[in-house]
Design a protein around this ligand. Structure first.
Ligand code: MG
Ligand code: MG
Length: 254
């Protein structure tokens, strides 16, 4: 069942989103050649905890036997798409990094991600970031009552493919709030007119994942990091968005 959030639940999600927005803003400012992904992780954790919230990703497992996720953020570099484990790896000029993070505030979750350049990057990497961020903007604009999830999925896929890139199939956008994953799933590909109808009060974490090459991904031996199968670059942008009778409202901003 898709949860319609009450005004008091939305207030808590706004606060979760605000704290997450602050944390991601701070991480973004810290990104530079020579900085480690563990340093970015510590920066996010400090801001989240000083806001009276909890890093949602810490200790998460997706299946039995998977080691619990140790970080506050997932930090994924170049051909890594999502779920990279923060480490002593130093960023280098020309890299792109994708940072995903969740915040739980008084039991309510917000989820957001961005990809960013490290120093100077190639024109093709810059285009990838631009296409992915714009795909998120296009998707957000479709999060309106009466539209179906398939309308959102279709709009994202159509835009990304028109610009010569591909969308990942294995991971999708999703409802969010009382937990990190709620129905409905909102894939980044699909057919217009299909899927559940959107209604005011739904909260959706929309997250285009875009590859320069083929859409296929694989999980690395650390059992967490997801990378493109062809080794080419990929990017990921995400916001938690409230569907309203008016314009969609992005909750994950400072
Ligand atoms: Mg996320
Ligand atoms: Mg998400």
């Amino acid at each position: 069942m898709i949860v319609i959030k009450s005004p008091s639940e939305i207030r808590l999600m706004r606060e979760a989103g605000r704290i997450l927005g602050l944390a991601l803003q701070a991480v973004r400012r810290k990104i530079a050649p020579g900085v480690t992904t563990a340093e970015l992780d510590a920066c996010a954790e400090e801001i989240i905890r000083s806001g009276g919230a909890v890093p949602t990703f810490q200790g998460v497992t997706q299946y039995e036997g998977q080691p619990p996720f140790p970080g506050t953020i997932t930090a994924s570099v170049n051909s890594e798409l999502v779920h990279g484990i923060p480490s002593s790896r130093k960023l280098a000029g020309g890299d792109i990094i994708s940072v995903d993070c969740g915040v739980t505030y008084k039991g309510y979750v917000a989820d957001a991600a961005f990809s960013a350049p490290v120093g100077q990057i190639s024109p093709s990497a810059r285009l990838l970031l631009e296409v992915t961020e714009q795909a998120l903007a296009i998707g957000i604009d479709m999060l309106r009552p009466g539209n179906r999830t398939g309308d959102v999925s279709h709009a994202i896929q159509e835009y990304v493919e028109k610009r010569g890139h591909s969308v990942v199939r294995e991971y999708t956008g999703h409802g969010v709030g009382r937990s990190m994953w709620e129905p409905p799933q909102v894939p980044n590909y699909g057919t217009a007119g299909r899927g559940p109808e959107l209604r005011a009060g739904m909260t959706i974490a929309l997250e285009p994942m875009v590859n320069q090459g083929a859409p296929a991904t694989r999980v690395l031996p650390d059992q967490w990091t997801v990378a493109t199968r062809d080794g080419r670059l990929c990017a990921h942008f995400e916001h938690t968005v409230l569907v309203t009778e008016g314009d969609p409202v992005v909750l994950t901003v400072p």
